[in-house]
Design a protein around this ligand. Structure first.
Ligand code: CO8
Length: 256
């Protein structure tokens, strides 16, 4: 399968595995990622996901220029047939970490932008070169990027199509951390384990509030936050978390 999907305890690991094409997303790879993401969303035993690329050159070089893009041009009249924007409409509130092990270009960066946390290996390059192909970032890049980093930096990436290296990506707030390639997956697992120590239903409600709220007026966002707060207050995990605090022990959350 072009997506190697593994379950390690509470953590799901998705590895984009098309090294001969710098892990570019042809339609089969895209479908395989969608299927794996849906399984991850619906598997109660999985709490956090990590997405990475196979090998040491590429996280993902974007949409496959020889397969996906011609297909989209051919099916321009039926947009529903196009590969969907990463994670959009999936209602996936479990946290995702992108472990960027090499180039993340075009759709590859857009997959990373659909994650909540991005950790990059030294040597990684991130960018949206679509305009150099006569295209625009069409997997969420024109919308997510300017909401995440300063406008002028988003404009530099999108309008010039020139990638930035990992250190510059860190400086502009595009990635959370830069580590050596050898420690990338260990760091991503460590961050995932930290998230797994928290109440999983609270983590999901917080992510849902952040994502839904980011496209709402403040007042509506506050109303949403209160509704999600009322929900987490009703969970067993909330009782366990506060009881464990009082008893000075580690909480044993069950996602209930
Ligand atoms: N698609 C298909 N094949 C690719 C891709 C790609 N995106 N990237 C690399 N490859 C292939 C090359 O064709 C080559 O194959 P072959 O050996 O058979 O010729 C192989 O990978 C190695 O590539 P290079 O020889 O070019 O290796 P270099 O080390 O010189 O360069 C790069 C590596 C920098 C990754 C370079 O290949 C490159 O710039 N690739 C294109 C990156 C790019 O422009 N990505 C954006 C694609 S468009 C996109 O993602 C749009 C997303 C939105 C779509 C909306 C959908 C709804």
């Amino acid at each position: 399968m072009p997506i190697d999907y593994k379950k390690e305890g509470k953590i799901a690991i998705f590895t984009i595995d098309r090294p001969r094409a710098f892990n570019a997303m042809d339609r089969e790879t895209w479908q395989s990622l969608q299927d794996a993401m849906t399984d991850f969303r619906d598997d109660d035993n999985l709490w956090v996901g990590i997405i990475t690329g196979s090998g040491n050159k590429a996280f993902c070089a974007g949409a496959d220029i020889k397969d996906t893009l011609p297909f989209m041009r051919e099916h321009g009249h039926s947009h529903w047939a196009w590969p969907t924007t990463p994670m959009y409409g999936l209602d996936l509130w479990k946290p995702l970490i992108a472990a960027i092990n090499g180039v993340a270009l075009g759709g590859g960066l857009e997959i990373a932008l659909a994650c909540d946390i991005r950790i990059a290996a030294e040597g990684a390059r991130l960018g949206t070169p679509e305009v150099t192909l006569g295209l625009i970032p069409g997997w969420g890049g024109t919308q997510r990027l300017p909401r995440m980093i300063p406008w002028c930096k988003a404009a530099e990436l999108v309008l010039m199509g020139k990638p930035v290296d990992a250190q510059e990506a860190y400086r502009i707030g595009l990635v959370n951390k830069v580590v050596s390639p050898e420690t990338l997956m260990a760091t991503a697992r460590e961050w995932a384990e930290t998230i797994c120590q928290a109440g999983p239903l609270a983590v999901r409600a917080a992510k849902e509030a952040m994502i839904r709220g980011s496209s709402m007026p403040l007042n509506d966002g506050i109303v949403l936050e209160r509704a999600l707060l009322a929900y987490v207050l009703s969970t067993q995990d909330f009782i366990e978390g506060t009881t464990a605090f009082g008893e000075k022990r580690k909480a044993d959350f069950k996602a209930q």
